[in-house]
Design a protein around this ligand. Structure first.
Ligand SMILES: NC(=O)c1ccc[n+]([C@@H]2O[C@H](COP(=O)([O-])OP(=O)(O)OC[C@H]3O[C@@H](n4cnc5c(N)ncnc54)[C@H](O)[C@@H]3O)[C@@H](O)[C@H]2O)c1
Ligand SMILES: [Fe+2]
Length: 438
């Protein structure tokens, strides 16, 4: 049975199709629709109706090798005279902030550098960054770094416009005042934070990562320079690539997906499947880095508009508890969540499997059994990729214990990302998923 819900989420009115859980019906075995014109891939109908209303919010995007200098022009266009250049120690060691600082100076600005961010940015770091922003009388945020740096910059912008403490803004559209302009330069190929309306911050009192959502958090300009990816250590390349894959898959099956997000989600899945392993084997090869930068970007465009699902809702809790790489946790959780979501309705996972290399159905007919095979194949393929990249088999290997499961499940139920998971998940379901993933 299909219910069509009109919901307001993240400041946008979205019309989503909600599928009630229950046994698969004959309808689920519906044949392929004609090949999708944009992706060239087939679709299996899965009870999702086309949306009556689709919104797609994106920043201005500059993409290409050597585009770093464009960030300075973008900041100047936004009126910057004293931009705050947010970055971290790892980026400073790689030399990218120094290059960007010179570009900003060449364009007539006096940047002030702040690098007090650590991975999984902490609430108190954002407070310190905001203090620096005020003391230095800055006007625009420019960030170069991974998702942690970009989220810290968003947090600083949010406080600059609204005051208070960052944890007060947990949830959807809690900020009321405008915030300063933001130019983001991603240095990893994964998070999509440079185009997203998300800001993920560690609440150090509760040892969890909170999700702050709002259209105001979509940066003004994203400058994607794939050259920056060549200094990533291998573990980070693997982790962020798996993060992009998780974004693509969760956005594609999200309750809030629409044809615009579908296109980018499938493209991202296909690009990660086709190029992530090659970047591990040939780290300095430009071509595969460009494809991975595009994958991360398209995954970001998909999930910022379609939101995410249970893998992210669960991953945020583990990341807050153990301060571990976000993409690695996603890589462990994703196959389990794919199986859970595909169980009542595997059809939506068929295009995902195809994007990862699953062959077309003979004669174009996808029976229920074949759709089940394809969704199981997709789960196995995600795990194979994770194995190839050296991701631990289970959460126990990274330090999660049985004693943590109840608390992790309780906190997962409150995470904004769970609301768009395609299958209704009870607290017991989430506990069971954590146990499977141990
Ligand atoms: N806001 C969003 O939409 C969104 C989406 C997904 C994830 N996230 C968040 O992003 C964070 C993870 O970000 P991440 O995976 O990009 O990594 P990160 O920003 O946490 O960086 C990890 C480490 O890698 C180093 N590093 C990053 N890029 C480098 C480069 N090019 N060369 C050398 N060193 C480099 C950093 O200095 C840092 O020490 C998590 O907190 C996660 O929750 C946010
Ligand atoms: Fe993510």
């Amino acid at each position: 049975m299909v219910l069509v819900d009109s919901v307001t989420r993240a400041g946008q009115s979205l019309v989503v199709c909600r599928r009630q859980d229950g046994p698969a019906t004959e309808d689920d075995a519906s044949p392929l629709r004609p090949r999708d014109a944009a992706t060239g891939r087939g679709h299996v109908q899965s009870g999702h109706e086309p949306p009556r209303l689709a919104k797609f919010h994106v920043p201005e995007i500059v993409f290409g090798s050597g585009s770093l200098s464009e960030a300075a022009h973008a900041a100047a266009r936004l009126g910057a005279r004293r931009p705050l250049l947010v970055t971290d120690d790892g980026l400073l060691a790689a030399g990218w902030p120094q290059q960007l600082g010179r570009h900003l100076q060449d364009a007539g600005m006096r940047p002030s550098v702040w690098s007090g961010v650590t991975p999984n940015p902490k609430d108190h770091e954002i407070a310190a960054g905001h203090e620096h922003y005020r003391a230095e009388r800055c006007d625009v945020l420019v960030a170069v770094g991974g998702g942690s740096v970009i989220d810290a910059a968003k947090g600083i912008a949010l406080l600059a416009g609204n005051g208070g403490v960052i944890t007060d803004f947990e949830g959807v559209d809690r900020m009321v005042n405008p915030i300063p302009p933001m130019v983001m330069v991603p240095a990893t190929s994964g998070t999509g934070a440079d185009v997203s309306q998300f800001c993920i911050v560690t609440d150090t009192l509760r040892n969890t990562k909170i999700t702050i959502l709002g259209r105001a958090l979509v940066p003004d300009v994203s400058v994607v320079d794939p050259q920056l990816l060549t200094t990533m250590p291998d573990w980070l390349n693997a982790a962020t690539g798996l993060d992009a894959l998780t974004h693509g898959i969760e956005a594609y099956v999200s309750r809030a997906h629409n044809p615009l997000t579908d296109h980018h989600a499938l493209q991202a899945i296909s690009l990660v499947g086709g190029h992530l392993e090659r970047t591990m084997d040939h780290p300095l090869e430009q071509e595969s880095r460009v494809f991975m930068a595009q994958a991360a970007l398209e995954a970001g465009l998909a999930f910022t508009n379609a939101i995410l699902g249970a893998a992210h809702a669960m991953s945020h809790q583990v990341g807050g508890l153990l301060d571990l790489p976000h993409g690695v946790i996603n890589g462990i959780l994703l196959p389990h969540v794919v199986r859970f979501n595909a169980e009542p309705d595997p059809a939506r996972f068929v295009p995902i499997a195809q994007a990862l290399g699953f062959p077309d159905a003979i004669g174009g007919h996808w029976s229920q059994a074949l759709a089940e095979d394809a969704s199981e194949w997709a789960a196995v393929e995600v795990r194979r990729l994770a194995d190839e990249l050296g991701v631990p088999k289970g959460l126990a290997e990274i330090g999660v214990t049985e004693a943590d499961v109840e608390k992790l499940a309780t906190m997962t139920m409150a995470d904004a990302c769970l609301s768009t998971n395609p299958r209704e998940a009870t607290r017991d379901d989430i506990e069971a998923l954590f146990r499977q993933a141990l």
